[in-house]
Design a protein around this ligand. Structure first.
Ligand code: ADP
Length: 253
């Protein structure tokens, strides 16, 4: 078991949440005028900006594919996103996250609708507090929708993990560093498909299943926030018939 006390005797975590609580999530769409689609997300103390360009012509041209679109993702942490200055050059971690982010988003996009084209997704972390890859994926999927890219589903994302021998939802920075397992998950809520599953730490089989179940539950909560942000941006107060009622029902559950 991890040494640091991260869950107190009342079951409260370092930021006051209980084990099943998601941090406050706020998504704003259309925040960058020069991008084709954009979104910003506050996921607890994470602050992330996403810009989407395309579908557009591919440069360099030899990267173009005859039958589908090329999706390119760049995850980057700004030098002021952490407590000590982060080197602005892309680290191995950022290269890896850019790759898994692309793989998490690709299954949701109708890439075959845009042959010989490219879509570029830039994820810029302004402030990091654990779970930034999940927050980045959630914001990127909304920014893709904002760019008008044809999609089969949104991609929701949330991590769960093990802290002081308990499986908890949505790991923050200290829980990530001092806890014993972190499992980021991305999920297509309508297609019920997992597009990202990573695990840093060790879990036995039952803990693994509990952790995955919890992360998927978190993804479903994030999905409702993504959906609501899109509806608010595109319909304002004139929600399509039935949507308002459905949103209220989802909020209650
Ligand atoms: P995620 O943000 O997806 O949880 P990691 O588990 O790799 O990704 O990182 C956890 C947290 O560690 C980050 O959100 C960030 O707060 C912190 N972190 C990552 N890289 C650095 C760095 N170079 N300097 C300081 N803190 C960092």
């Amino acid at each position: 078991m991890d040494q640091t006390i991260l869950i107190d005797e009342n079951g409260k975590r370092t930021d006051g949440r209980s084990i099943d609580d998601l941090r406050d999530v706020k998504i704003t769409i259309g925040v960058l005028k020069n991008a084709d689609g954009s979104a910003s997300i506050e996921f607890g103390k994470n602050k992330i900006m996403v810009a989407v360009y395309g579908p557009r012509e591919v440069h360099p041209k030899h990267m173009a594919l005859p039958d589908r679109c090329v999706l390119r993702c760049r995850y980057h942490m700004s030098p002021f996103s952490t407590d000590t200055r982060k080197n602005p050059a892309p680290s191995r971690r950022e290269v890896e996250i850019s790759k898994v982010m692309r793989e998490a988003l690709e299954p949701a996009i109708m890439l075959e609708d845009y042959p010989r084209a490219a879509i570029d997704v830039f994820v810029e972390v302004l402030q990091a507090d654990g779970g930034s890859r999940c927050a980045g994926i959630a914001a990127a999927s909304v920014a893709l929708a904002d760019a008008g890219v044809n999609m089969k589903d949104l991609v929701a994302a949330c991590a769960a993990g093990k802290v002081n021998d308990k499986i908890v939802l949505d790991i923050n920075d200290i829980e990530d560093k001092e806890g014993s397992a972190d499992m980021p998950v991305a999920y297509l809520p309508n297609l019920e498909q997992i597009t990202l599953l990573q695990l840093d730490g060790i879990l036995n089989e039952s803990q693994f299943n509990e952790c995955l179940e919890k992360a998927i539950h978190g993804c479903k909560m994030v999905y409702e926030i993504q959906r609501k942000a899109l509806i608010e941006k595109y319909f304002g107060n004139d929600l399509p018939e039935g949507e308002e009622k459905e949103l209220e029902e989802n909020k209650e559950n």
